[in-house]
Structure formats: structure tokens, C-alpha cells
Design a protein around this ligand. Structure first.
Ligand SMILES: Cc1ncc(COP(=O)(O)O)c(C=O)c1O
Length: 407
């Protein structure tokens, strides 16, 4: 792999020339040209609603959605594509799993590394007095100890363990398979938040023993925004999940009762077919020009390392949040002593077109764990189309902004 991931990266347009986009952890950009073509194909040449009519255009729309299901299933080691349930984003998938599985009186376990998309649904249930919750503290370098997660489980009472596969704050990849092995031994379902990991980390539900996995289609899978969902392991009993939404599915229209089969039971209302057509093309790109998720992950990790090494050498007071050298996705959070992350982020965007994200990244407990609460950090998230040259420019820009901002 060269400086970018594949030989057929998108033609940079005028906008692409103006910015160095390092906010791929929020959503990836640019998307491969194949994604744009797939979205356009659906909107221009298909257009119909899958499963809502018998005509050939509706059948073609159904095929496009099924392609996306199969692409996600293949990527995540799932035999049955019908166990891929689409929603608007990873947040929907996490809420469906959490609110769908937990019952009054249950106990749940989660961790301080989680995004608010996990913490808030759990916290709300706790506040309503419906569940009790244990939040396992990660180490200050951003890694979880699987045995601490095991010790937090209350046999007979714990109904769910929810952990992230990779921190959206500091990028650290968590020992998901080790946690899953402990959950399996204890008979507790494991929900993995793969919003940051999918597309860059080798995740396999069957091999790793994961029961439920929420994913974002618009980040590492390179699909459009408005795509994501929940995946149920082949051996997970879908009847355990109460649907968040019920309504029209295009199936069993003779009944006012929600169908009981996947994916329809959890997937009511018209899908984002344009987005899902793009998602299938995004995953195809990962396997094709991208060289595979592991190659993409290596590329992004290489950019993370390059950035850390250069910024450490060139920027006085530069400090990485969490472990700078351990297993990670291409996400890095940092501070510069004496300077506000917010001023740095705004200055980099304004003066140099370097786009990151400053603040707490919807993960307050992660920042507490890493020692960066309440001010937060500046975060860069590298994507498949970022290059070593862009990293070098970003470091130079950071050094210059720091020089300007220092009193
Ligand atoms: C770890 C993690 N979980 C969940 C989410 C929510 O993803 P989405 O915006 O697709 O709902 C994010 C988004 O940044 C994330 O980083």
C-alpha cells in the first residue's frame, strides 16, 4: 500500500483540496467513488421501496438491501445475512440492544470507555429504577482488563455486558474476544460497540463469541451517513429483543401483530435504501481497492504513529491521551500543555483547513479515565484516503498554531 490505501482513491474535488480532513472518527470522508455511484444508481435508476410492492423495481431495491446485508454479514463472520438489522446509525443499534434486552430488575455491566450511545440508554434505565448498573473503570492508558469485567458480573442477575471494541477518544482496541470468553462462561450476553472498529479491526462474531454487535455504516465501512445497525449472532435468540419500533415491514400485511422473524421484527419503516446501496459499495471497496479491513487498519495505525512521533518531536508540551503505542485504530487524542484544545482545533481549521474534533467526544467517562476531563482533547481520526503527506502538513500546522497561541 502506498501513501493512501488503494490505487483508485477518489478524485479530489475543489473542497478536498482545501481541507485536510482528519475527522474520520465522526464520519469518514471522502467516500470512495463507487459509493457515490451506487447511491446515484439507486436514486436515478431504481428508486422503489423494497418489500412494499411486487414490481421489478421494488425487487431490485430489495436486492440492493440484501447485498448490503450480505456484505455486513460476511465482514463480521455471520452466516445468516437476515440477522443484520439496519437502522439509522450505531446509536440506534445500541439502543435496540440495550432497551430491547434489559428487563426490570436486571443488572448490566459497562465500562468507562463507552460512548454516550451506550452510557445514556443504560443511565436512563438506572435512573428510572429499572436496572442496576456497574461501570468498570479502564486503566489510565485506555485499556480494559477482561478479568475486571468478569468480576463485575453478578451471576444470575447480570443480563448484559456492553463494551466498545475501540475507544472513540484514544483509539485503543479492547480485548473483546477475551471479554467474550468470560461472558460465555458466565452465560451473559455481550454487546460490542463496533462503531470505531468495524472496517479496521478483524471482528468475527462466531470466532470471537460476540452475541450482539452495533455498527456505524458511515465511519470505517465508508457508507453514507444515516446507515448503521445491529447484528445478532447466529446462535442468539432474537426473541429476547423487544423491538424499539413496530410498524410496517412489507411482510404479513394481513396482521396487526409485528412479524416475529428477522430482520422484519426489528426493522419497521422504509429503509435508507440509497444509503445501504452506498454501504454495500463501501464494504466492497474495503475488500477490493482498500486491500481488506486489516490493511486499512494498518494504514490508519501507521498514520497515527507517524503523527504521534512527529508531533512529540516538534511540538513542545504535546501529550497523547492514553497509550501511544499499543493496539489501536487510527484515532488519536492529544493536548498541548498550556493551550486549550478548543483554540487549537479552531485555529487549525481556520488557518490551515486541518479538520479534527475538540472537546469530550460524547465520552465523558473516558476522558475522566484518561485524565483529560473536563477540558477534553483535540482528536484526529485518520481514514483510508489520508496520506503521510497530510500528516506531515497537519504536524507543521499544529506546530505553527502552537507558536502563535503561546503567550
Ligand atoms: C464508540 C462509538 N459508539 C457509538 C457512536 C455513535 O455512532 P453513530 O453516530 O453512528 O450513532 C460513535 C460515534 O462517534 C462512537 O464513536
Amino acid at each position: 500500500m502506498g501513501s493512501s490505501c488503494g490505487p483508485t482513491g477518489p478524485e479530489p474535488g475543489a473542497a478536498a483540496e482545501r481541507v485536510i480532513y482528519l475527522d474520520n472518527a465522526a464520519t469518514s470522508w471522502p467516500k470512495p467513488p463507487e459509493v457515490l455511484a451506487a447511491v446515484q444508481h439507486y436514486l436515478l435508476e431504481v428508486g422503489a421501496n423494497p418489500g412494499r410492492a411486487g414490481h421489478f423495481r421494488a425487487a431490485e431495491a430489495g436486492r440492493l438491501v440484501f447485498r448490503a446485508r450480505r456484505a455486513v454479514a460476511d465482514l463480521l463472520g455471520l452466516h445468516n445475512p437476515m440477522r443484520v438489522v439496519f437502522g439509522a446509525n450505531a446509536t440506534w443499534g445500541l439502543n435496540q440492544a440495550i432497551a430491547g434486552l434489559l428487563r426490570d430488575g436486571d443488572h448490566a455491566v459497562t465500562t468507562t470507555l463507552e460512548h454516550n450511545s451506550v452510557l445514556r440508554p443504560l443511565h436512563r434505565l438506572q435512573e428510572e429504577g429499572r436496572i442496576t448498573l456497574t461501570v468498570v473503570r479502564a486503566a489510565g492508558d485506555g485499556y480494559l482488563d477482561p478479568d475486571e469485567v468478569r468480576r463485575a458480573v453478578q451471576p444470575g442477575r447480570t443480563a448484559l455486558v456492553a463494551v466498545t471494541a475501540a475507544s472513540n477518544v484514544c483509539g485503543t482496541i479492547q480485548p473483546v474476544a477475551e471479554i467474550a470468553a468470560r461472558c460465555r462462561t458466565l452465560g451473559v450476553p455481550l454487546l460490542v460497540d463496533a462503531a470505531q472498529a468495524a472496517g479496521a479491526v478483524d471482528l468475527d462474531l462466531a470466532r470471537d463469541g460476540i452475541d450482539l454487535l452495533a455498527f456505524a455504516g458511515h465511519k470505517g465501512l465508508l457508507g453514507p451517513t444515516g446507515t448503521g445497525g445491529l447484528v445478532l449472532a447466529d446462535d442468539f435468540d432474537a426473541a429476547r429483543l423487544r423491538p424499539l419500533t413496530v410498524g410496517g415491514t412489507g411482510s404479513r400485511s394481513d396482521s396487526v401483530r409485528q412479524p416475529d422473524f428477522l430482520p422484519d421484527v426489528l426493522e419497521s419503516g422504509t429503509l435508507n435504501v440509497a444509503g445501504l446501496a452506498g454501504l454495500a459499495a463501501g464494504i466492497d471497496w474495503l475488500h477490493g481497492p482498500g486491500g481488506g479491513p486489516e490493511a486499512v487498519g494498518r494504514h490508519e495505525l501507521g498514520l497515527r504513529r507517524r503523527f504521534i512521533d512527529q508531533a512529540t518531536a516538534r511540538v513542545e508540551g504535546f501529550q497523547v491521551a492514553g497509550n501511544p503505542a499499543g493496539p489501536a485504530v487510527g484515532v488519536v487524542s492529544f493536548t498541548v500543555e498550556g493551550l486549550s484544545p478548543s483554540d487549537l482545533g479552531q485555529g487549525l481549521a481556520r488557518e490551515f483547513g486541518v479538520l479534527g474534533r475538540q472537546g469530550l467526544h460524547c465520552a465523558p467517562l473516558a476522558h475522566e479515565t484518561l485524565g483529560t476531563f473536563p477540558v477534553g482533547t483535540l482528536r484526529f481520526g485518520f481514514g483510508p484516503f489520508n496520506t503521510a503527506g497530510q500528516v506531515d502538513l497537519a504536524v507543521a500546522a499544529l506546530a505553527e498554531i502552537c507558536r502563535q497561541e503561546r503567550p
